[in-house]
Design a protein. Structure first.
Lengths: 321, 282, 403
């Protein structure tokens, strides 16, 4: 095979090996922690974009993370379930609530849909805060147990006592999310999403149930937000309603846009870079927001299509006129 | 007690109206999701603090200066941070979030994080129909009413005001009629930010100032606009009073939390069953 | 899609490279000189977000404490001199950001001693990090949750700063000064500590012969107190008990007086009376009692006056929140010096036995064995300040009730 065919095929394999070997070369727990947080953000940003492929911007992601986190924590603590059962159940809970709530909301278009998702997050936060007996109120839930250990004698010994194990779990979560979302988007469902986004009227005219696909996109996207929420709870071992508010929804939205809405990989890059920037800018202390804001402005003004469009820019410049 | 509750609600309501009016001007005429509107409100308060407390000028003079200066700031912000993202919702959100961070952090750097106070121009408490309110609250209500009336007169009686209505209804059609949309946007931004500054300063005189006081104003403003209808001034007034009364009366009857949930439910119900708002265009 | 993946893999490797480089940068600390070494103290502070209003003054108090200790030559442990170096990390607003910042302090900076943290929902989640790493933590704030300070937290210490510490002396003062007050209502911030605080205050109040009418809870974002105070006044209490931040206490006071409430208002939290006065405004600043000093009063202790001067020189303003940041750091340093060891376990064992520690408000000692199961609360004198007709009156120094 010629070189141009080998490199693209090799890259994913190299990528996977590099990612799997990271903990071998990096033992500093703080760095692993940042990578884990990055994993959560990637999951959230890509699932938010998934909802956007059908043409709707959701600010409900924080609320869904909250639902996932509380569901998983309560299932494990109050009902004694294993984390491995609670995790998918948390995703399903978020998905069900998204479906229930999304159905009446689906006739809202554009900014109205976004507004209602914003207030949905507020509502969930308020509900969680006030339902003290169930959720622990403002303090939230603490001492959420680690995921149950996976022991395969000779092969695996994941006790989740260290960040390394959580890193692999985060990697698995990101891998599962990316593969699932990419598969759906590449399928005929994805084509239907695209048609609904581009022109709902036209899509309807050829028999595409636009409302149905919009609810599907919203529910599935929120499923992954729920999964991320469950991971959050068992990794940080504490959740509080204040952690899942407007700020989180907006941050995930920004990761998506700054990374690039149009490409699948956009939110991944956005989440990576925008998780790193605040960490690298810690030296600025209380002026760190200036740095973050500067990055946002540079991207939104000069790279409107997002960071993912950088190589396209280079290619355009290099291409002969 | 019920008179006190109703009066409390009306007081809150007029402040919400002021914030919402400024925001609705920006949203419907400039055409931008101006998430940094709360920060403009906050800067209005700090500007009055600067002129009134630090420099010792009269409160009302400081208020006027603040409205003008912050209005001008708004025009600059619109030109450079907002206009490029007209009709680009995602871009506007990112740009205005960046603005929020910049404005908040700048005020933290310049004025510090500590609580500041703007003393009321007239001290004392009044009793109206069996309910009590302080002078600064009464001034806030009256000033809001004056500003709202001025806005209504401007919209009805001036050509620019009428142009603003045209732009808010259909920007392309307005442009085709020869209206300079950019100029009208700037005027709307000036007025919207001026109103926000006034709301911030008046609220600052009642309560206190912190660099983070804007978030509350933004949420209330958006809520009022949703219930009243985007671009509708009567809508903002009625919705502001409704939401204000909910906050005043429901809190006293039940609790703050119940009032918050009630307010949210009203907003969500409107979005579900009448998304254009009570007075909005269809 | 493959090309995109190769782009991503390039970026991932770039990321790893970047993070490795932060790693490398941070680990190379300043080489110690032959004569003095540095002792790193982690400062977990909410530098951004609404909580920064309280946390930044505390951070400044900590900085001044460090400067002051260093100006006297630092500390000497077994003949080796150490200058204190504060390492400040922003915990921001949420549980996850707090854990990120503290992870950095504990794992990257490898601090063994830390002060800080105001965020009510952040204090507990951070506990497991610091306890597991055996990092001594001197708290700036507490919520009164049983897991915050207990026999299970041998490395966590706190000076007496939470409302719970002040209930008994404040209510006793109220009963003595206002014998006509018989019915009280409580108006607390919706914080994790509200319900237990109410229970505890109710018990003490009823033991003193008072009737408790009820508890009203409000979110920390509240600004307009008219609706809430109207509701509280409806049941006609003789006095209102509050807790918390200056703008909330000030807002409550102002609203109550404007609405015609004449009875005393007592704030259980050590909230700076100077700020409350400013926010409520002189006309309404009357009959307000709080367990914190008027920092400008001539009756302040020499140490408070010294710290006040240092803070004014450096930051041009001072409130009790600033000075409150001084003691947790100062105490920790005194404990380290007394233990003559940089090992946190040794320091913890020494600290919990200290019966004479200097604080800005006077001489204190460690207490709390009975109430918390561990002798880790610094029982330091506190001031009761009374607002009368727009002026502050320093009533005197009292001892918190921490058996």
């Amino acid at each position: 095979m010629d070189r141009r065919k080998i490199v693209p095929l090799l890259s994913p394999a190299i990528l996977l090996i590099v990612l799997l070997l990271v903990p071998v070369f990096i033992s500093q727990p703080y760095v692993l922690h940042v990578l884990i947080v990055m994993g959560i953000n990637i999951t959230l940003a890509t699932s938010l974009r998934f909802i956007a492929t059908v043409g709707q911007f959701s600010l409900a992601h924080a609320g869904m993370v909250s639902i996932g986190a509380y569901s998983s924590a309560l299932l494990v603590i109050k009902l004694g379930l294993s984390f491995w059962a609670a995790l998918p159940l948390a995703g399903l809970t978020a998905m069900s609530i998204a479906f229930l709530v999304g159905s009446p909301f689906v006739r809202l278009k554009g900014i109205y849909f976004t507004m209602v998702t914003l207030f949905l997050t507020e509502f969930i936060t308020l509900l969680v805060t006030e339902w003290r007996n169930l959720t622990g109120g403002v303090q939230g839930i603490i001492s959420i147990p680690r995921p149950n250990a996976i022991v395969l004698p000779g092969l695996l010994n994941l006790t989740f006592a260290s960040k390394v194990d959580f890193y692999y779990l985060a990697l698995a979560m990101v891998g599962f999310t990316l593969i699932s979302l990419y598969a759906i988007e590449s399928s005929r469902i994805g084509i239907a999403f695209s048609s609904v986004r581009q022109s709902e009227a036209l899509a309807e005219s050829i028999g595409v149930n636009s409302a149905g696909f919009r609810i599907l996109a919203f529910s599935l996207g929120c499923f992954f937000a729920g999964i991320a929420g469950a991971f959050y709870g068992h990794y940080f071992s504490a959740i509080a309603p204040g952690s899942f508010g407007f700020l989180l929804s907006i941050n995930v939205f920004i990761y998506m846009v700054v990374g690039g809405l149009r490409r699948f990989a956009g939110p991944i890059i956005g989440a990576i870079i925008l998780t790193l920037i605040p960490e690298l800018a810690r030296a600025f202390k209380e002026y760190e927001p200036f740095v973050f804001a500067a990055i946002l402005l540079v991207v939104i003004f000069f790279l409107r299509e997002g960071l993912i469009s950088l190589p396209v820019l280079f290619r355009k410049r290099r291409a002969p006129r | 007690m019920i008179e006190q509750n109703i009066l409390n609600g009306l007081m809150s309501g007029w402040i919400y109206i002021l914030v919402a009016l400024g925001l609705t001007l920006v949203l419907s005429i400039v055409g931008i999701v101006q998430l940094a509107h709360g920060e403009v409100y906050m800067i209005g308060a700090y500007t009055v603090y600067c002129f009134c407390v630090v420099l010792g000028l009269n409160f009302f003079l400081s208020l006027l200066i603040s409205i003008l200066l912050v209005g001008l700031l708004g025009v600059v912000l619109e030109r450079f941070f907002l206009r490029p993202f007209r009709d680009d919702v995602e871009g506007a959100i990112v740009s205005t979030i960046a603005l929020i961070l910049i404005l908040q952090t700048a005020v933290v750097g310049i004025a510090g994080v500590g609580y500041k106070e703007i003393p009321s121009p007239i001290q004392g408490v009044l009793t109206i129909l069996g309910a009590r309110l302080s002078w600064e609250r009464l001034i806030a209500i009256l000033a809001s009413m004056v500003l709202v009336s001025a806005l209504l007169i401007f919209i009805e009686k001036t050509r620019t005001g009428q142009a603003m209505i045209a732009v808010s209804e259909n920007r392309e059609a307005a442009a085709l009629q020869g209206i300079n949309v950019n100029r009208v946007s700037s005027v709307a931004m000036f007025m919207g930010c001026g109103l926000a500054a006034a709301a911030g300063a008046l609220t600052g005189a009642i309560f206190d100032l912190t660099p983070f006081m804007g978030g509350f104003a933004l949420m209330k403003g958006i809520g009022v606009i949703i219930v009243g209808g985007l671009g509708s001034i009567p809508g903002a007034i009625i919705a502001g009073l409704i939401l204000g009364l909910v906050d005043g009366v429901v809190t006293a009857l039940f609790s703050v939390q119940v009032a918050s949930i009630t307010g949210l439910i009203v907003i969500i119900l409107i979005l579900l069953f009448r998304p254009q708002g009570l007075f909005g265009h269809g | 899609m493959m090309k995109r993946l190769s782009l991503i893999s390039l970026m991932v490797m770039l990321v790893c490279g970047l993070t490795l480089s932060i790693c490398a940068k941070e680990s190379s600390a300043a080489p110690p000189t032959a004569e003095t070494k540095t002792l790193k103290i982690g400062v977990m502070s909410n530098l951004t977000g609404p909580i920064s209003t309280a946390a930044i003054p505390h951070t400044r108090g900590t900085q001044v404490a460090v400067d002051w200790i260093n100006s006297k030559g630092g500390i000497t442990i077994k003949g080796q001199k150490y200058l204190i170096e504060p390492v400040i990390e922003d915990v921001k607003e949420t549980v996850d950001t707090a854990i990120t910042a503290v992870t950095k302090l504990v794992e990257l900076h490898k601090v063994k001693f830390a002060v800080g943290l105001i965020g009510p929902t952040q204090i507990l989640p951070v506990t497991s990090l610091t306890e597991q790493a055996k990092v001594i933590r001197s708290l700036w704030h507490g919520e009164g949750h049983p897991k915050e300070l207990s026999a299970d937290t041998p490395y966590t210490f706190r000076v007496s700063v939470i409302p719970r510490d002040f209930i008994v002396p404040l209510l006793k003062y109220q009963v003595k000064t206002y014998p006509e007050v018989k019915k009280i209502s409580m108006l607390f911030i919706e914080n994790p500590g509200a319900a237990p605080l109410f229970e505890r205050t109710k018990k003490v109040a009823e033991a003193l012969g008072l009737t408790v009418l009820g508890l009203y809870v409000y979110p920390v974002s509240t600004r307009d107190f008219y609706p809430l105070v109207t509701k509280v006044m409806a049941s006609n209490p003789d006095a209102i008990i509050t807790d918390g931040l200056p703008h909330l206490a000030g807002g409550t006071l102002k609203a109550a007086r404007e609405l015609g409430f004449k009875g005393p208002i007592i704030n259980l939290a050590p909230t700076c009376p100077n700020v409350v006065l400013k926010i409520a405004g002189k006309p309404f600043a009357d009959n307000f009692i709080v367990g914190a000093p008027d920092v400008y009063s001539p009756k302040m202790t020499p140490m408070i006056k010294t710290v006040r001067t240092m803070l004014l020189d450096k930051y041009k303003e001072v409130t009790w929140d600033y000075i409150r940041g001084f003691d947790p750091t100062w105490w920790m340093i005194q404990a380290i010096e007394k233990a003559q060891s940089l090992d946190p376990t040794d320091v913890a064992k020494t600290w919990e036995k200290m019966d004479r520690i200097e604080a800005t408000t006077g001489i204190g000692k460690m207490g709390g064995q009975q109430s918390y199961g561990i002798n880790h609360v610094g029982v330091i004198p506190f001031a009761i300040t009374r607002m009368v007709n727009g002026e502050l009156e320093h009533v005197g120094w009292f001892t918190p009730d921490i058996p």
